[in-house]
Structure formats: C-alpha cells, structure tokens
Design a protein around this ligand. Sequence first.
Ligand SMILES: Cc1cc2nc3c(=O)[nH]c(=O)nc-3n(C[C@H](O)[C@H](O)[C@H](O)COP(=O)(O)O)c2cc1C
Length: 358
Amino acid sequence: MSQSRKLDHLKICAGMDVEFQEKTTLLEDVHLVHDALADISLKEVSTAAAFMGRPLKAPLLICAISGGVQEAEKLNGDLARVAQKLGIGFCLGSQRPMLDRGAPIGSYEVRRHAPDVPILGNIGIQQASAADPAEIERLVTSIQADGLAVHLNPAMELSQTEGDRQFRRGFETLKRLTRRMPGKIMVKETGCGISRSVAERLKKAGVRTVDVAGAGGTSWTRVEHLRRGMDPSRRTWLDEWGIPTAASIVEVSPLGFELVASGGVRSGVDVAKCLLLGADLAGMALPVLRAHAAGGYDGALSFLARVIDELKSVMILVGAKNLTALRNHDPVITGRLRQWIRSRDSRFRRPIGSRKRQ
Ligand SMILES: Cc1cc2nc3c(=O)[nH]c(=O)nc-3n(C[C@H](O)[C@H](O)[C@H](O)COP(=O)(O)O)c2cc1C
C-alpha cells in the first residue's frame, strides 16, 4: 500500500463520516435484563480475560489502524502504551510496506512500549498469498509480536481502482500459514463480517482466532470512495455491504474459535453485548483513532478507560461478577437480529446463537 494512501485513510477516517449509514451492527436488538438486586460491589467486578496466550485486564483489542508511515510511529507508540497501561490487546496496521519496500520496522516496533500485552502484526490475504511464508513469519518475529492478523477485504479491493480482482488461493494460503505458525494466525475482516460458511473453512484451514469485523461501524468501501473524491452526500450499495457485527458473532461463535467482535463497537454496553452473544473480546478502531486525533495518548487512554468503566457498570447491573457470569446472562433478542437468527438457523447443524457456555 502506498504511503499516501495510508495517510489519506488516516485523514479521511479522523475527519469525515465514514460509517455505515443504513446498516447497523444489530447490537441494538440485544437487550440486557436488569438485575435490581445485584449482590456485588464494584471492587469485586473482574474483567480479567486472556488473548493469544497472554492475560488481559479487560476483554478489549485496539484493532488494526496504521503502520509504515512516519505519522504512524507516534500513533502506534501511544496506542501500545495505552494497551500496556490498561492491560488490553493491540493489533498493528498492515505491514505491507515492510513486504513491498522493505520499509523500516520503526512504526511497528512497539513491543518496548507494551511488554506484557498481546500484540499482533497484520497483513492482507492477497499479500500473504504472493509472499514466501518465511517472509510472512518474519513480519511477526521481527517485531516480537504474539501473532499475525490476516485481513480479508474483497469489498475494499473492489472499491479501489488499483485494487486486486483475483481472490483465489486464500484457503491454501491460510493452511500454509497455520501450519507454519500454529495458534498464531488471527483472521479478520475489515468491516463486512464473517459468515458461518467462511468460519467453517477457516476452521478447516487450522485457524483458531477470528475477528468478525462486521458491518455497522467503519465502512471501508466508503473510505475508498471518499478517497477517490466521491461526493460525501452520495452512498453506493457497496458502502452498505456486509454482515452486521451482531449477526456475524452469532454465526461464528458456536464453532469454538477464540473470537473477537469488532465493527461498530462503540461503548462498554456494546462490549458486554458482544461478549454475551459469544465473543471473547471486543475490538475498536475508528473511535480509538478519533480519540487519539483529538487528545493524543491521554485522549485514547481516557476513552478506553471509560469503555472499561462502562463495561463494569453493566456487569453490576446484570449481576455478573466476572466475564464467565456475564456470558451466562441470557439477553432478549428482538427485531432484525431475531429475524436473522430465525432465517439462518435451520441451515446449520450447530444452530446459530448456540453460544458456548462456561
Ligand atoms: C484508519 C483505519 C485504518 C485501518 N487499517 C487497517 C489495516 O491496516 N489492516 C486491517 O486489518 N484493518 C484495518 N482497519 C480496519 C479495522 O481494524 C476494523 O476491522 C474496522 O475498522 C472495523 O472497526 P471499527 O468500526 O471500530 O472501525 C482500519 C480501520 C481504520 C479506521
């Protein structure tokens, strides 16, 4: 990816309306049942979790945003320090510049800022298909990451004039990567979600960790259209394409992945809803980028600390002392999410929404 494209993305996402307009995450159809007699004190509430073999203080991941440009060095350094301070995970932006240009690893070299939390590298499936697996492994080892996020983004490629039009070899590539780096590959979408059948293929390819990155938050096709100078008041069908995040969680969660839910997660309430639909962690990109753009390290820190505080408040209000108890809380599901589940359920042996119980 060219440096100017990455810079354009950062600018457009920080300042323009880049989210889905009509399509939502469907998290609004998940209702938590209030417990007026919760027998808990705030001090007892634990949000302890784990990801990629490391403990977390809260079930959160800062999703892939940037890397490879000078501006990303400060951003990634700050976000890594925020992740370390809060005990949450951090996924770097695409390392394509390292592959294409042998660009210096500076902006990806964040381990020194975050020695104790999970850090993931990042590459697109198209670049991973074209590269030698040893080169891909070096993306992880050279920055002492715990694993690699491999992103799938066919809709985004189609919306770019210079994007790929050849989407073959993804499955074979993932099989090769999981054989070479078992337990270290996370497959993520970039805002269009993962369906049950894709998740089944990921399972067969040996993938153990998935980020659904569903629809309802940042629309990457919209970002690309804005970058090409499209009138911001116009929307195309591609801008609204994808599986809503909540629907994607219920499709994928019965398959037993280590599961991250991102795409339009914007608050501690959203995080709680994702967890009780079956996710292990929730992730955010756009609001973290914007909080950092507005207030630097302190801005990102206080935004994410607020999300964690809100999650703890929700846990008290549903009577859950820890995340296991939260996941066992039965939500009420209404509206379009309920319809989605009904319409998809009969197609699968393991019913949609049959989330793992702990
Ligand atoms: C400015 C920006 C840059 C992004 N760059 C990447 C990237 O390099 N690699 C990737 O896998 N996803 C990238 N994403 C996608 C996010 O990781 C995430 O999957 C998606 O934006 C949905 O989350 P959100 O609604 O919280 O933004 C980027 C998102 C933003 C906002």
